[in-house]
Write a protein that binds this ligand. Structure first.
Ligand code: NAP
Length: 527
């Protein structure tokens, strides 16, 4: 809890931003001790009921939804109270009331809450990771890095708000002096996905809050218990009532209500293209009582490619392609789902990649020997299995792994012979299915790399400087990685986000991000 005396000390002296240390590896002695203990601790707390959090208070609801372990669907992680439109309205009204005072709290004061929350999350990093291992089927390292990224967002946006909170002197004109400053947009709705359940939720909520916008947060229905960690953090740091509200519930029932509300000024969404486009369309309407133009901060799906040119580091490329394609079961917006291999290197690289893939073990994420775990739920399992079937029709399956009997598993699948006309080259699968495309030369590889409606991440392995430079110009994606895998963007140093149908051009963890949550004002004074 931040004390009033600490708050009143005025200037917050912050060290320069640094990224939280990423996962030290499963063989690190501390990790070896801490992870099993944290998982056992979390297992002892499973099955609790989680209320909504509105206006600084827990609010129960008659209807609950079970969140389950995708590796053992009988294991209930938590029973989460479900919001309805009446409770959602209460949360929106609480956020609207909180706006009256929160908008004028000094940026430096708002930043303090984030720094304090980052400290709490840092102390709980193993515990929070363990919840993700069980609720989301994330491997130890994937879960740890998600929490570390959430901490980075808190630390970075706090510093960004202090930077942007200072009025900007615009110079004088004649005897008039001029300056600009930012004010918050108003009430923010945050709608989050499950695949980075702490990091993305934390990033969107922290940005809105520190910029002065009270938040109504709807977590994904597959990540409601991890989503509740934000309630813990923001409550413990003493965030004023109504500034952060947690309303879990089905997106199909609550989503439109939240987006359509005339009380809402900004919607921050990360998720699939179809839901994102629906939100953008609905937010463009102006219901009675709405007094501002709604802003939508929107990050959506992808169909990312890695291009393998000649003369790359063979072993590093195999390691990085496997990690990019199959890390967290390929359920990352940044994941590589198309591997474009140049004809000249095809016969050298592809068989070696398949051999390496055969060695990857599949099973519950809590066992660190498993490289892949289950996918998030039965619906995802069914959808991915349909793509696996399609892979056999559109191309030739080079490898399809066995899967455990219990849990929402799908086989790790590598298919070759895919060309841009195929659905597997165009549609987001969001699972461990890698489509290999054989390109005759670098020109064709670049054409194919850009041949989808998405533009999120991309990668090129090459030792040709001119090809790398060409990729920088021509491979039109939000995040391009040269001679490394295309996942794992870090806050500040690698601002993340795409364009085309991957998003509206915003960069989470970058210097422009907070500006999406604020309106600029200019003051001119005649002495
Ligand atoms: P999703 O199905 O679109 O759901 C995202 C959120 O939207 C969930 O909270 C969901 O609630 C809610 N929702 C569902 N229907 C809605 C509606 N009609 N109106 C408003 N909200 C609604 O996506 P997901 O399966 O959680 O996440 C995977 C997708 O996110 C992939 O496409 C991935 O590429 C993308 N993603 C993109 C980025 C990026 O930075 N570009 C990052 C991560 C993920 P329920 O859970 O209750 O349905």
């Amino acid at each position: 809890m931040i004390t009033d005396s600490a708050r009143s000390q005025g200037i917050l002296s912050l060290s320069p931003f640094w990224n939280e240390r990423t996962f030290p590896g499963v063989d690190d002695p501390k990790v070896r001790r801490a992870f099993p203990a944290a998982i056992a601790h979390v297992r002892g707390q499973l099955g609790q009921t989680y209320p909504l959090y509105i206006d600084g208070r827990d609010v129960t609801a008659g209807q609950t939804l079970d969140s389950v372990n995708p590796a053992k669907p009988d294991e209930v992680i938590g029973k989460v109270c479900q919001g309805d439109t009446a409770k959602t309205e209460l949360a929106l009204a609480a956020a609207e009331r909180a706006l009256a005072s929160w908008r004028d709290v000094e940026p430096i004061e708002r930043a303090r809450y984030l720094i304090e929350a980052a400290g709490l999350a840092r102390r709980r990093i193993f515990e929070y990771s363990a919840w993700q291992v069980l609720e989301e089927g994330k491997q130890w390292g994937q879960a740890y890095n998600d929490v570390a990224e959430g901490i980075d967002f808190l630390e970075y946006y706090a510093r960004e708000m202090i930077r942007l909170g200072a009025p900007q002197d615009m110079g004088s004109y004649g005897s008039e002096s001029n300056y600009c400053f930012y004010q918050p947009k108003g009430v923010a709705v945050v709608i989050a996905p499950w695949n980075f359940p702490f990091a993305i939720s934390c990033g969107m909520c922290a940005a809105a809050i520190v910029a002065g916008n009270p938040v109504v947060y709807k977590p994904s229905s597959q990540a409601m218990v991890v989503g509740h960690h934000l309630v813990e953090l923001f409550r413990e740091v003493g965030l004023p009532g109504g500034v952060f509200n947690y309303v879990p519930g089905p997106g199909s029932a609550l989503g439109d209500y939240l987006v359509d509300s005339p009380k809402v000024n900004v919607v921050a969404f990360t998720g699939s293209m179809n839901v994102g486009l629906r939100i953008i369309e609905r937010a463009g309407r102006t219901p009675a009582g709405q007094t501002t133009v709604k802003k939508v901060v929107c990050e959506m799906g992808s169909k990312n490619a890695i291009v393998l040119d000649e003369e790359f580091d063979h072993d590093a490329a195999i390691r990085d392609v496997l990690y990019s394609a199959f890390g967290y079961q390929g359920q990352k917006c940044s994941a590589c789902s198309r591997l474009i291999v140049l004809d000249k290197v095809y016969n050298r690289f592809v068989p070696a990649l398949v051999e390496a893939a055969r060695k990857l073990k599949i099973g519950p994420a809590e066992d660190p020997r498993n490289y892949l775990g289950p996918v998030i739920d039965e619906k995802a399992q069914r959808s991915i299995l349909r793509y696996v079937e399609l892979a056999g029709k559109e191309g030739k399956i080079l490898y399809q792994s066995e899967v455990p009997g219990e849990g929402y598993y799908v086989p790790l699948t590598i298919v070759e012979g895919i060309t841009p006309e195929n659905r597997l080259a165009q549609e987001e699968v969001f699972g461990p299915v890698l489509s290999i495309m054989r390109a005759k030369d670098f020109d064709e590889a670049m054409d194919w790399a850009n041949s989808t409606k998405f533009a999120l991440t991309g990668g090129v392995f090459s030792s040709h400087r001119e090809h790398l430079d060409r990729a920088v110009r021509e491979f039109r994606v939000g995040n391009l990685y040269l001679n490394r895998g295309n996942v794992g963007a870090l806050v500040k140093v690698q601002p993340f986000g795409g364009f085309k149908m991957s998003g509206a051009g915003t960069k989470a963890g970058g210097p422009d991000y907070l500006l999406h949550f604020m309106d600029p004002r200019c003051v001119t004074e005649q002495p």
